[in-house]
Every structure is written in structure tokens, then in C-alpha cells.
Write a protein that binds this ligand. Structure first.
Ligand code: SAM
Length: 219
């Protein structure tokens, strides 16, 4: 069983990630290693390495593997960083970040998802992760500044508080747009002035809503 999933994982990394231009060896290694099938319902385990997002509980999703890789690569992590993720969901992306950075702080607004994600992460011995329930659009001020922040839900605009919680030189990777489609942005903070940003467009995407004070209204 484990062997079958391992084969599917290698195939996913070659066929979906390397083939589409993901080159960061640490991202590729992390995704070759992490048992993605353990982060979703058992009934969907056979689809875990397919080239698409999948449903998780509470009408949320685990992102397509390629999007996870693209966003992880854009974080530009070397191993010593402290990073923030907003939208823990299944915890899979959190595990990828836990392989790439020294410490990971992750916020999920739906308690049931946070509890499950924490349990899976602990069962896989990811002890460098802190999971919190709450509105991630405020960031995690007590633990800031971060070298990089990733938002894994679609935002109507760039939340200023997140830029303020980045180190100078830090990266924010975030999908921004309307509720049906977004552009994946990589923003690099260039100076103490939080408005001084370099903006790169990583392509179109479609995420579930970022809901909160600096996101969409609950509906
Ligand atoms: N990264 C996740 C994974 O690997 O499974 C996928 C995340 S899913 C696409 C987006 C998640 O963001 C959902 O679980 C949703 O509940 C969460 N979310 C939405 N708005 C949020 C907010 N303001 N703060 C924290 N989490 C939020």
C-alpha cells in the first residue's frame, strides 16, 4: 500500500511538477516525501496524487499539487526561516513548509480543520509547526516578523497587516481577485515602508474564499 502511494508520488513530482518547470530541489524533495494521501479522507486516498484539488471537510479544498509546489517555490526558503501560512486546511501545505523552513505558524478559521491538521502533522512528527484557530487576515503579530507569508485562500485585496509582519526582503504569496478567479501574486517587501513592494504575477488560479476582517464577508 505505502509502496503504491510512493510510486504515485514520484510520478506526480515528475509529471506534474518537474514537467511544468518547478526546479527548487527542496520543494521537489519535500513533495516526494510527504504522504499527501494521509491529509484527506480515506475514501479519496486513491485520488491523492491526481492533478487537481480535492474536497476536504467543511466545504474546503486541498490545493492541486502543482499550485502547492508553485507557491512553495515562490516563498524562496533555504531552511532557517520563520514563516506564516494562512489557511491550514488539511495541513498538507503546512507539512511542505515544515520541510522547507525552521518554524511554521499556521492559522485556520475552521476549528474542526485545524484540529485534524494538527493531529496529522503530529502523527508525522512535524514538531516545528504551531497551529492556531482564528482569522488569519490579522496575521500573527506576536510571532512576527516572518521571512515569508503564504495565503492559501482567495483574497479581495492585499491585507496590509500581513505586509507589516514581513521582514524587509520578505515575500508574501497570495491569490488576489474576485470570488471566482484570482491571480497568484508574489510580493516582496523592499523597505521599511510597507507600500514599497515588488509585485510578480505567477498566473491565474481559483481558490476558496479568504473570509475575515481583511478578506471577504462571511456568507
Ligand atoms: N493549504 C491547504 C491544504 O494544503 O490543505 C488548503 C487550504 S484551503 C484552499 C483554504 C483554507 O483557508 C480553508 O481551510 C479555509 O477555511 C481557510 N481560511 C479562509 N479564510 C481564512 C482566514 N481568514 N483565516 C484562516 N483561515 C482561513
Amino acid at each position: 500500500m505505502a509502496e503504491r502511494f510512493e510510486k504515485q508520488r514520484m510520478k506526480m513530482v515528475d509529471g506534474q511538477l518537474r514537467a511544468r518547470g518547478i526546479v527548487d530541489p527542496r520543494v521537489l524533495m519535500a513533495m516526494e516525501k510527504i504522504p499527501r494521501h494521509l491529509f484527506i479522507d480515506e475514501g479519496l486516498a486513491d485520488q491523492a496524487y491526481n492533478d487537481n484539488p480535492l474536497p476536504i471537510d467543511s466545504r474546503q479544498t486541498i490545493s492541486q499539487p502543482y499550485i502547492v509546489a508553485l507557491m512553495s517555490e515562490a516563498m524562496e526558503l533555504a531552511g532557517k526561516e520563520k514563516v506564516l501560512e494562512i489557511g491550514s486546511g488539511s495541513g498538507y501545505q503546512t507539512a511542505v513548509l515544515a520541510e522547507l523552513a525552521e518554524r511554521v505558524f499556521t492559522i485556520e478559521r475552521i476549528a474542526a480543520l485545524a484540529v485534524r491538521a494538527r493531529r496529522v502533522l503530529e502523527s508525522l512528527n512535524y514538531y516545528n509547526v504551531a497551529v492556531r484557530v482564528g482569522d488569519g487576515t490579522y496575521g500573527w503579530r506576536e510571532e512576527s516578523p516572518f521571512s515569508a507569508i503564504m495565503v492559501t485562500a482567495g483574497a479581495p485585496r492585499i491585507p496590509n497587516l500581513l505586509i507589516e509582519q514581513l521582514v524587509v526582503g520578505g515575500r508574501l504569496v497570495i491569490p488576489v481577485g474576485n470570488r471566482s478567479s484570482q491571480v497568484l501574486l508574489k510580493l516582496t517587501r523592499l523597505s521599511q515602508d510597507p507600500k514599497d513592494l515588488k509585485q510578480e504575477d505567477l498566473g491565474g488560479c481559483r481558490f476558496v474564499d479568504l473570509i475575515g476582517e481583511y478578506g471577504w464577508d462571511h456568507s
